[in-house]
Ligand binder design. Sequence first.
Ligand code: ATP
Length: 382
Amino acid sequence: MAGVALEHVTKAFRTRDGSTRVVDDLNLEVADRELLVLVGPSGCGKTTTLRLIAGLDEPTAGTILIGGRVVNDVAPKDRDIAMVFQNYALYPHMTVYKNMAFGLKMRGVPRREIRRKVDETARRLGLESLLKRRPAALSGGECQRVALGRAVVRTPQVFLLDEPLSNLDARLRTRMRVEIKGLQRDLQTTMIYVTHDQAEAMTIGDRIAVIRRGVLQQCGPPLEVYDRPANRFVAGFIGTPPMNFLTGQIQADDTGLRFVGPAARLTLPQRLADSIGSQAGPAVVLGIRPEHLRLDFDGSAAALDSSNDPSRTLAPIGNASIQLVEPLGDTMDVHLTLPGGDSLIARIPPSTRAAPGKRVELSIEIARVHLFAADEAGRRIG
Ligand code: ATP
C-alpha cells in the first residue's frame, strides 16, 4: 500500500488569452490507508488534480509521489492506481460480470480467483442480480456501482474516485457512502475521493481538503475544518445551511473588545480578545453558525442547545422578523431579517410558533462566534 504526495504541483492550461492555472502550487500529503476528500465548488480543479495523480495529465510544475516514488514520468498503467470516473466508462458489449473481471483477466489471474473476487465485490455493492446484464440495461446509478466494483476487484495501491455517487438517489447514496468507507477500511487502501458536496465530504473523509480556484484553502479532519475554518470561504462552504456573516468593526471599551456592526453589538469572548490584542478599529466579519443562534418567541426560547452549561453565554442582538420557515422534521431552519437589512438563518428545534411575518428576539452564543478579516482573503482571526 502507499501514500500519495503532491509537492508544489501546478497545472496550467493554454487559453485564448494566455494560460490559466487550474491547480496552483498544491501541496498535499495523503497518508497510506487514508481516505482524503477533495472538495470545492464546480471548476475548482478537483478532477484535474486526480488526473495528474493518475498520470492522465502532466503537471506544468511540481512533483507527484506514490509510495515515496516520484511518478511524474511513470505511465498511468504502471502507477498501480484505479480511477473511477463520474461518467463510469464501462465496456458496452460486455456483461457486468465481464466488465468487473476484465482487469483481472488481463493480468492472468486464475478463473476461480476472478469468480471469487467478482462475486464478493458484487455482493458488497448490491450487484449480484445484475451480473449477466449489459450496461445498456442498467440505470445510471447501477452503472456507477459497476464502475466502482470494477476498480475494487483489482485491489490497487491507490483508489481515485471522481464523484462516484453523483447519479444515485439520496437513499442509495447514503448506503454507498457507508459501503465505500467500509471497503476502504477492509481493503486498507489509500483513497482520494472527489466531490463538490460538502456534506458527503464531511461524512466520508478521514480528512478533507478544501480547494478554491485551484488553491488549497485548508486540509484537516472534518470537524476541525467545521469548528475552526481557516478563512471565510471555508466557513461559508462547509456546513448547511451556511455560516451567517455580519460585517462590523472592533471597538475597545472598559469591558474589553466589542464587535460593533449595523446588525449587532457584542462583547467578544476572551479568547478572541486575546488574539486581537489591543488593536481596535479593523473592519471584520463575524461568523455564527445557524445552530448557535437562539430565538425567543413571546418569552419562550428555541435553541438547539438547551443545556444550562454555565460557560454558555448568550448575547441578545435584537429584534428580527421571520421571512421563511423550513421544517426539516427533527429541526427547523428559520430565515430572519434584522432591522439593518442583514439576513440570517437560525436552526432551531421544530416549533409551531415560528411563522413568516412574526417578530422574534435573537441571541448569539458568544463562545461560538468566529471572526474573519474583512478583506478578500478573509483569514480567520483567533
Ligand atoms: P466539477 O466539480 O465541475 O467536475 P472540478 O473541480 O473537477 O469541477 P476541473 O474539471 O478540474 O474542475 O476543471 C477545473 C477548470 O479547468 C475548469 O475551469 C475547466 O474548464 C478547466 N479545464 C479542465 N480541463 C481543461 C483543458 N483540457 N483545457 C482547458 N481548460 C481545462
